[in-house]
Design a protein around this ligand. Structure first.
Ligand code: NAP
Length: 286
């Protein structure tokens, strides 16, 4: 569909941005809902990000997704932040509205949507183990908290970052577990990898696997989840699939985090469907 002079425009800012799947994702919905809209990649150097954010609303853009390395700058430039952004200290979506710059963290909704699709509507009474303590881990821990997980363990290569993450979400320090081979935990129902270990391009040598902690994950009822989606089935997922756990890949998080942003910019709450997933998997084969 060709654009009119009324077209609504949004985009993704990153440096580089060529790897981003967001134009394909939002472009799919724009075509599906036959909108007079466009979603464009915006390669913006770090030093140009603040002036760009000042200018883009004046050019009529509705907002931006923000990817590496602009997430912290986006948080600082937002004139207001939603609850998830404040809690995580990270912004992945900007909405330009009446002179305001609203910063959102939609990764939290992405994690909840991914878990819902996997049949997890609540974690009440359940124990979760989060590998990693980076930016994405914050969104995951907040999502697990919102789903009322009874216990959240955190394991990270750099112990001090795990402690910081636990403190941020008022998780007892004792829930931070040393990442060493064979460390014993109690019962765990949900394991989530939020590290970049297993990601294509980071897959060699020491990056090949996470240390095997020992826990009682019940085959058949426990879940292993990886938020990495290149490859779709990571070594972490393969290992736990073979051990009889249900596995969930990271593509669902990517798809669901886009829903609130699309709604805010274009006025329609889009659906995450099997057809959309298939469309995105095509691009992951490249
Ligand atoms: P980040 O802030 O840089 O954090 C990276 C994490 O990975 C840290 O916990 C780091 O541990 C750990 N790590 C890196 N290399 C490691 C290694 N060799 N051994 C053990 N731990 C290692 O990155 P992020 O933004 O959280 O992103 C993490 C991953 O999530 C990336 O692969 C990203 O693509 C993915 N992600 C997916 C989605 C989605 O929509 N599915 C959304 C966001 C992010 P240290 O603290 O010890 O350095």
């Amino acid at each position: 569909m060709s654009l009119t002079g009324q077209a609504k425009i949004a985009g993704v800012a990153g440096w580089p941005v060529g790897h981003s799947l967001s134009p394909r994702l939002h472009g799919y919905w724009i075509a599906e809902y036959k909108l007079d809209a466009a979603y464009i990649p915006l390669p913006i150097r770090p030093e140009d990000f603040a002036p760009a954010v000042a200018l883009l609303p004046k050019l009529g853009l509705r907002g931006l997704n923000v990817t590496i390395p602009h997430k912290e700058a986006a948080f600082a430039l937002a004139t207001e932040q939603d609850e998830a952004a404040k809690a995580t200290g990270a912004v992945n979506t900007l909405i330009f509205e009446d002179g305001r710059i609203v910063g959102k963290n939609t990764d939290v909704a992405g994690v909840i949507g991914m878990l819902h699709d996997a049949g997890i509507a609540t974690l009440a009474g359940k124990h979760a183990l989060v590998y990693g303590a980076g930016g994405a881990a914050r969104a995951v821990v907040l999502a697990l908290t919102k789903l009322q997980a009874a216990q959240i363990f955190i394991a990270n290569r750099t112990q001090s970052k795990a402690q910081d993450l636990a403190k941020r979400f008022s998780i007892p320090g004792s829930a931070v577990v040393a990442v060493s081979e064979g460390t014993e935990l109690g019962n765990v129902d949900v394991l989530i990898n939020t590290t970049s270990v297993g990601m294509i391009g980071k897959d060699a040598g020491e990056n090949a696997s996470l240390p095997a902690l020992r826990f009682d994950a019940q085959p058949g009822s426990a879940y292993a989840i990886d938020i990495v989606y290149r490859p779709l089935e990571t070594p972490f997922l393969s290992k736990h699939r073979k051990a009889g756990l249900k596995i969930v890949d990271g593509l669902g998080m990517l798809l669901h985090q886009a829903v609130p942003a699309f709604k805010a910019w274009f006025g329609i709450e889009p659906k995450v469907t099997p057809a959309l997933r298939a469309h995105m998997i095509e691009a992951l084969k490249d």
